[in-house]
Ligand binder design. Sequence first.
Ligand code: SF4
Length: 366
Amino acid sequence: MSIRPFRDIKRKKTKVINVGNIKIGGDNPILCQTMTNTLTTDIKATIKQINEVVDEGADLVRVSCPDQDSTKALKEITKHSQVPIIADIHFHYERAIEAAENGAKCLRINPGNIGNKKKIYEVLQAARNNNCAIRIGVNAGSLEKDILEKYKEPCPEALVESAQRNIQILEDQNFFNFKVSVKSSDVFLSIAAYRQLSQVCDYPLHLGITEAGSFIPGSIKSSIGLGTLLLEGIGDTIRISLSDDPIKEVKIGNEILKSLSLKNRGVKIISCPTCARQAFQVIDVVKVLEEKLSHIKTPITLSVIGCVVNGPGEAAQTDIGITGGGKGSNMLYLNGLQSQKISNDDIISKVVELVEKKALEIENKK
Ligand code: SF4
């Protein structure tokens, strides 16, 4: 059972591009990406981290390629990745060519930064020959000198002008398989820049509040910035940029998409904040359930509510529900209907059993 959104989001129809075997833009799902923070030359550690974030729900992973050893390592890394790898390149056009030849399915590079037309042409040839897309990644912290001089400071118009300049370079070379981002660490600047860009550009947009900070402030800034844009129908891929574990970036990114019903993956738990009325330890139960149900990829809703004040109402809206009752007799709900009473000690095992069963049923029906 899923909750019908009060208002559907009217998503902007962007062009569709290919990143490896994934289509981005148009009506295709909004994807969540992250970036490794291992040394790319440490192939084993990088593959391990890619597998971990993919397991958490990352659809795309970016890997930094600051030198030739890193682009060499990409050859092995891309062979072992279940999702397309995006190579992060700055300034050096040779690294971009090597990355495309070594299996990257997208290059995050600004064509305006890589030198003359011949170099740009060579990068685009390598991208074409290797089915590799490009992300133009404009960043308020690294705007072109002349644009910064013109506008005096990073502002939405400056970010959009930089994006349009880079778009023009690719279009002049008949290269259209690209997406664009205009990131800033400032929520207001990011929102205004993406809004303006969305007005003048039909290419898919990659959203992010860059260098958003540590876990809590970064997640909140990203949720406000990206949430505002996504609600307006802007955005085709997202990345949460945290000074923290990339797994957490994916968790937060997917939670933002799930909270707007833009992605359905895994168990969505609705739980109460607890108070003196709770009939079982809701906080502890939710923590354990999150852990024990993290392997479920099928979209399922689960309510865990401490008492009858809100329990039956929430359970009526979820696939599985548990509502606290007096003297350890809590009520289990299936598809919104009362199913059976269970004791506090049985909550976790019973809920895990039911969620796994429900997931299997849904998968078998597909
Ligand atoms: Fe308290 Fe019940 Fe509300 Fe939970 S649902 S916070 S236990 S009143």
